[in-house]
Design a protein around this ligand. Sequence first.
Ligand code: SF4
Length: 151
Amino acid sequence: MSMFRLHPAFLELIYKGTVAFLNPGKSLIVRSRIINSGLIFAERLFKKPVFDCQMCGQCVLHNTGMTCPMTCPKSLRNGPCGGVRNNGNCEVKPEMMCVWVTAWERSKQMPIYGPNINAIMAPLDRRLQDTSAWVNELSGRTEIIQDEWSS
Ligand code: SF4
């Protein structure tokens, strides 16, 4: 699965394709508990090994170079802290590359969503932890959080 990580442009195509595939059935997806549970299962199955997904329920992968910001030890979702080391590694985990250095480099390989790295994202709504990010996206909940915060 980690081979997928090497290809952010491919991953963004999968994301775009999944949006196009799920969107027509979104009203059913949002209402059905079975589909909801299935999507939670699928997200754990696929996103955990590929992105080390923490199931925040408010996915921003396509805005962050297909790099999960929740793997940052400080869970920063709008760029790095001031502690990035000279070699680009994390101040909390010196053996680890800063998530935001990785996100920046990977976003440059993404022709569709790469420029989204410059967007300011809403703070994390912790009430969505362990829910399906896809359901939250399709129901408009993610967008509402972003809009309420931006206005
Ligand atoms: S942003 Fe949230 S939903 Fe997306 S991969 Fe990271 S923890 Fe999972």
